[in-house]
Design a protein. Structure first.
Length: 353
């Protein structure tokens, strides 16, 4: 395992945490809130009535509710409903994944912490002298500062190969580096603070690790899997989970921070009290300020609200999408193609079905 300085152990986390905060901050601006959707629905219907299209609009709504739709609309509705199911399945998978990750990691950290604490306690009874095995080989050695242990070094059977190093603060482990298991563990006041496994730093400057979990006051905060910091700038990650009060609230797959300043991910799910609140696939935040998304849907109290395909937020303001379906009480209400919102807030609505 490559040694790293504990002073920059959180550098990557801080940068990544900042980026995920930016993404979450952007979401409400790009997603219409439930109250706004109700206003929008009323405004659209009102506008249609003013233009003499009320009969068409309500006939179209009736068609959606009765399932009597043109084939292309049926396909769009089916795609939306499948996307809703996918969001719900992903939410259930993420909740289980989060529980499994946290319980497994905490158990492993506690077991290691307790083992090292027992070595420190035993060391205090014999003046922190070196511990030698039956074969006469060195097993454990303390490094002292003013008579107090500051570091514990453990050796393999040969008495010379270091297998684990522990930094000690106030007679408690503050950082444990398991060299044979390629894991790092940080603790604050005896509580888990940081866990990482499979760390690797390559000659070209690339840094990567298999898994990491950051804790705040002993509670899970941010998890990453398959993380890689690229030499030319930017990073990528297979899976990321953000936690609130110990429960997942943001899940991402296929995340990539681009050197240009933008980012993209294959999947992004925001949870509220364990239910899907916002789900999107094929999202890309462009360096110029705009963004685009293949599919996205937002929910109200766990029920689908607005589904969009081919969504694009324009750098100069405004947005557009290829297909859009609005739901009422979780059921399709109306369908549109070529929906566009201009920078001045006005809308260009195609005929609704």
């Amino acid at each position: 395992m490559t040694n790293i300085n504990s002073s920059h152990i959180f550098d990557d986390f801080i940068a990544r945490r900042a980026s995920i905060g930016q993404q979450q901050a952007e979401t409400p601006q790009e997603t219409e809130k439930p109250e706004e959707n109700k206003k929008i629905n009323k405004a659209l219907i009102g506008a249609a009535a003013a233009a003499g299209l009320a009969a068409i609009a309500f006939a179209g709504i009736s068609m959606l509710r009765k399932g009597k739709m043109p084939e292309e609309v049926q396909k769009a509705v089916q795609s939306a409903e499948e996307f809703v199911q996918k969001a719900n399945r992903t939410a259930e998978d993420v909740k289980k994944m989060g529980d499994d990750i946290v319980s497994t990691t905490v158990e492993k950290m506690k077991k290691t912490f307790d083992e090292v604490i027992s070595f420190i306690d035993n060391g205090s009874k014999n003046g922190y002298r070196d511990v030698v095995g039956e074969n006469g080989k060195l097993l454990r050695k303390f490094e002292l500062e003013n008579g107090k242990p500051k570091k514990l070094i453990e050796y393999g059977e040969d008495g010379s190969t270091i297998i684990r190093k522990t930094e000690i603060d106030s007679l408690q482990p503050s950082r444990i580096e398991d060299i044979t298991g390629n894991t790092d563990m940080d603790f604050e006041d005896g509580k888990p603070s940081y866990y990482r496994e499979g760390f690797e730093e390559l000659a070209d400057g690339v840094r990567k690790h298999a898994k990491s979990l950051v804790f705040t006051e002993g509670n899970p905060d941010f998890y990453q899997e398959g993380y890689e910091k690229l030499a030319g700038g930017g990073s990528k990650c297979a899976k990321r989970i953000n936690f609130t009060e110990g429960k997942p609230n943001v899940y991402q797959e296929g995340y990539e921070q681009l050197a240009s300043g933008g980012w993209k991910y294959a999947k992004n799910l925001v949870l509220s009290e364990g239910k899907p609140d916002y789900y999107q696939e094929g999202y890309e935040k462009l360096a110029g300020g705009g963004s685009k998304c293949a599919k996205r849907i937002n929910f109200t109290e766990g029920k689908p609200n607005v589904y969009q395909e081919g969504y694009e937020k324009l750098a100069g303001g405004g947005s557009k999408c290829a297909k859009r379906i609005n739901f009422i009480e979780g059921k399709p209400d109306y369908y549109q193609e070529g929906f566009e919102e201009l920078a001045d807030g006005s809308r260009k609505d195609s005929e609704r079905t």
